[in-house]
Design a binder for this molecule. Structure first.
Ligand code: UTP
Length: 297
């Protein structure tokens, strides 16, 4: 019987330099998409996929993240006394059960692979998910849930895959495809941030993974790969050379790169338009500025 995926790692120890100066004092994951911080979208997605243990790899200056998941008795009491039940419900949804959440420190930003490796003792010897909260995915069925369902059939390792134009390959880990089965893609290799002409396919890895604990052993062996950082991609690629399966999963949904300013703005507009109470105003405003812009041309 295959072990269920019940643990997820959230590596949130990066410096977030693309959002300076905001990230000087506000963790990137606390930045707000409409009215919820990025981390809340990630947590909701993990919960929908059946995750029970949430492991955060944090760093200096991320205290606001830890506070965010605490109960806030004064605020809750205030809302209760004013009969604001809807807000109270929203607030309660942000609370985590005691013991469900663990924080571990990455003392130096040595890369995503190193961040995941920092969580090795909390992960133990079982399959685990990795969620990068700055990849926000709008989907009818949450992306990680789609992947867990597929993983329950395949086992091995699985990465979320998305088609990108050749000129974008140098921003992603790219898949070398052995067998394209449509939704599932069996892969024979992965290349981190190749030039357009060196990309083995147009399938890029984005921030959702289901990994076997053996990847942690591979991370142990790695010194540093591309860019001087310890790359998760290299540890997953090592699985292939050891004869273990790695699958790409073409998820259904739209991914926003909220680690970049442009992606964050696009997500804000898209999630804003998705909210009934905001849609009409926002839409009218967008139409308005588009027509002014057109007139100016
Ligand atoms: P990014 O590549 O987006 O880096 O990391 P970053 O530091 O967050 O942002 P920029 O590029 O400086 O603007 C992808 C994910 O990996 C985590 C980040 O927190 C983010 O969730 N990460 C990255 C770590 O936890 N530790 C690291 O050493 C590097």
């Amino acid at each position: 019987m295959r072990k269920k995926v019940t643990k997820a790692v959230f590596p949130v120890a990066g410096l977030g330099t693309r959002f300076l100066p905001a990230t000087k004092s506000v963790p990137k994951e606390i930045m707000t998409l409409v009215d919820r911080p990025l981390i809340q979208y990630a947590i909701d997605e993990a919960r929908a996929a059946g995750i029970k243990e949430f492991i955060f790899v944090t760093s200096r200056g991320k205290g606001a993240l830890e506070d965010y998941f605490d109960h806030s008795p004064v605020l809750e009491q205030e809302l209760r006394s004013k009969n604001k039940t809807e807000l109270l419900e929203i607030l309660k949804n942000t609370n985590m059960d005691s013991g469900a959440i663990a924080y571990i420190r990455q003392h130096k930003a040595l890369g995503l692979g190193h961040a995941v490796w920092c969580a090795r003792r909390l992960i133990g010897n079982e399959p685990f998910a990795v969620i990068l909260p700055d990849d926000v995915i709008a989907a009818e069925k949450p992306c990680l849930q789609q992947m867990v369902e597929a993983y329950n059939e395949t086992g091995g390792n699985m990465v979320a895959a998305m088609e990108v134009p050749p000129e974008r390959a140098s921003s992603y880990g790219m898949l070398d495809v052995a067998d394209d089965q449509g939704e599932l893609v069996k892969i024979r290799g992965m290349v981190e941030k190749p030039k357009a002409e060196d990309a083995p396919s147009n399938l890029a890895v984005i921030g959702r993974y289901i990994l076997s604990p053996n990847v942690l052993r591979n991370l142990n062996q790695l010194k540093s790969g591309s860019g001087g950082e310890i790359q998760l991609t290299d540890a997953i690629a090592a699985e292939l050379t050891q004869g273990h399966d790695v699958y790409g999963y073409r998820f259904k949904g739209q991914r926003f790169d909220c680690g970049s300013k442009s992606g964050f703005l696009q997500a804000t507009v898209s999630f804003g338009l998705g909210r009934e109470e905001l849609r009409d105003d926002l839409y009218a405003y967008l139409q308005d500025i588009m027509s002014v812009d057109k007139a100016a041309q």
